[in-house]
Design a protein around this ligand. Structure first.
Ligand code: SF4
Ligand code: SF4
Ligand code: SF4
Length: 506
């Protein structure tokens, strides 16, 4: 097996802030409240998992299985076969969306369930994703030009633009109801993944282009599992750095991560390549409190915050578009004003994303003003860039609350879809009736949705509390900043619950 690539990314696309606020005002001399564990994590040469946590990889059987080199390919192979089947069935199979494997599997089940996986195990989807796997296999077996990804594009904007365009086109034209468009779209993404893998080093497509990569990254911050260096001191003194160079038996981190500095999950798929590479047994995997990255990480990236807050607008616009009053309004606007429905939907969609960010930027200005002191001035951009991460649990909860409905309606239909694939005109393209059975009554689903939103709200408020203390250790000012963050959470939650309460399109 060839050794990994020698180039070292070390997360150079990210903006690192070494002190709690950008202007570098140190903690010394400032009254502290209870941000000691963050400080310890920042200043200690030892990594988080060394002190208190169990390294899952040391568990018998489980540890050996997770470290087993063939575990990932063994899961990826059936995923790739299924993915190819989905493309074929999408393009050539029945064009009735509720009877087609492509539309049902991708837009109902995968899209609905992936969001739940982030909370438990971070980017576990990327660990088994067929798109990433195919590009990686081809570049490893066939070879790659190994070019570096252009510096100007080492950010999340290409992925954001791709994601916002995709979800916008879906909202306006309903890709999720068009099997052949779904099939061609998946084929296009697969070709992109392969071509970029042949030209650029490692998983450049995944890191910088994949439309759901950015979303996977921000939501994986809430997960309860992490891969980290056990001792950062050991990484500092390590001169060989096999984790980022690779060895004859293992690859360099496909995601350009460096365990010695990694303090968040955003670009780690738990592939454990670094565990296999490290000759010092210095990388471990541990369970941890949910969402710790949100307040602990030193890395704050403006484009991530734009997406985190913008996801609230994405969810709001997609959810309201399925309601009766909105549908009637769009129709009336078309008839009365002559504004085509696609234009209204596009304006609402783009406007919702911009409005969510605009509102939160305004809230950040208010928070910065309320929480600034003479010795610690908090400008709007800094408050936005730090506390915007507190919006992640709430937007994740909105996403889940929306998807619970689809899983409830279509829960058992996949069995019919798969059974019908053997019907005429023959395997695997056949069609037949699909029975959608509601798993739970509407009233139960309503309360499940409310419970999810409430949990997201509490989780976000807690993240806001921790972030407020990081930005402003003085109790009174931190409380003011927290109050402003909670104001934003209340506004966003009320609007979304109101949207959920509207009757659905018949
Ligand atoms: S970033 Fe996208 S293509 Fe890459 S593994 Fe994750 S979901 Fe798949
Ligand atoms: S090889 Fe191991 S000890 Fe060396 S830098 Fe990487 S993780 Fe740290
Ligand atoms: S487990 Fe290690 S090698 Fe794999 S993505 Fe995470 S840091 Fe990189």
């Amino acid at each position: 097996m060839a050794a990994g690539h020698k180039s070292v990314g070390l997360g150079d696309a990210l903006v690192k802030i070494d002190t709690p606020i950008a202007d570098g005002i140190p903690f010394e001399g400032v009254p502290e409240i209870d941000n000691r564990d963050e400080r310890a994590a920042e200043t200690s040469q030892e990594a988080y998992i060394q002190d208190n946590r169990q390294d899952i990889l040391r568990l018998p059987v489980v540890g050996a299985l997770l470290k087993w080199r063939w575990l990932q390919p063994l899961i990826e192979i059936p995923m790739v076969i299924t993915f190819v089947l989905v493309i074929i069935v999408g393009i050539w199979g029945t064009q009735e969306p509720s009877q087609n494997l492509a539309t049902m599997l991708i837009w109902i089940y995968w899209w609905s369930m992936i969001i739940f996986s982030f909370v438990l195990v971070g980017r576990i989807w990327c660990f088994i994703c067929p798109l990433g796997a195919v590009g990686e296999w081809i570049s490893r077996r066939v070879g790659t030009l190994g070019r570096k990804w252009p510096k100007a594009l080492r950010n999340l904007w290409p992925a954001h633009i791709f994601f916002i365009t995709l979800t916008g086109v879906d909202l306006v034209f309903g890709i999720d109801t068009l099997p052949n468009v779904t099939g061609y779209f998946l084929l296009m993404i697969m070709v992109m993944s392969i071509v970029l893998a042949l030209v650029y080093e490692r998983r450049a497509f995944c890191r910088y282009v994949c439309p759901i990569g950015g979303m996977c990254g921000i939501y994986s911050m809430s997960s309860g599992v992490e891969v980290r260096a056990k001792s950062r001191g050991r990484c500092e003194s390590c001169t060989t750095k096999e984790c980022i160079k690779g060895t004859d038996e293992s690859y360099a981190c496909p995601w350009f991560e460096y365990p010695g500095e990694m303090d968040r999950n955003n670009y780690c798929t738990t592939c454990l390549e670094c565990v296999r590479s490290c000759p010092h047994d210095n990388v471990g995997m541990s369970a941890r409190p949910l969402g710790q990255d949100l307040w602990r990480t030193k890395t704050r990236v403006f484009d991530e915050v734009i997406l985190a807050v913008g996801m609230i607008g994405v969810m709001a616009s997609h959810t309201i578009a399925t309601t009766q009053p909105f549908d009637e309004w769009v129709t009336a606007t078309e008839i009365d004003q002559g504004i085509p429905a696609w234009l209204t939907l596009t304006l609402v969609y783009v406007g919702s994303i911009i409005l969510a960010n605009f509102v939160y930027y305004g809230i950040s200005a208010l928070g910065g003003r309320a929480a600034s002191t003479e010795d610690r001035v908090l400008d709007t951009a800094t408050v936005f860039k730090w506390t915007g991460y507190a919006m992640i649990p709430l937007s994740l909860a909105m996403f889940m609350a929306r998807n619970v409905l689809f899983l409830n309606i279509w829960g058992t239909a996949i069995m019919d879809v798969i059974a019908n694939m053997s019907n005429p005109p023959g395997w695997p393209l056949g069609s037949g009736p699909v029975e959608a059975q509601y798993l739970l009554p509407d009233s139960t689903i309503w309360w499940i949705r409310m419970a999810i939103i409430l949990l997201g709200f509490i989780f976000s408020a807690y993240a806001g509390y921790r972030l407020s203390l990081r930005l402003q250790p003085r109790r009174r000012e931190a409380q003011l900043l927290l109050a402003v963050i909670i104001l934003a959470l209340v506004v966003f939650s009320i609007v979304y619950v109101w949207i959920l309460s509207l009757p659905l399109v018949a």
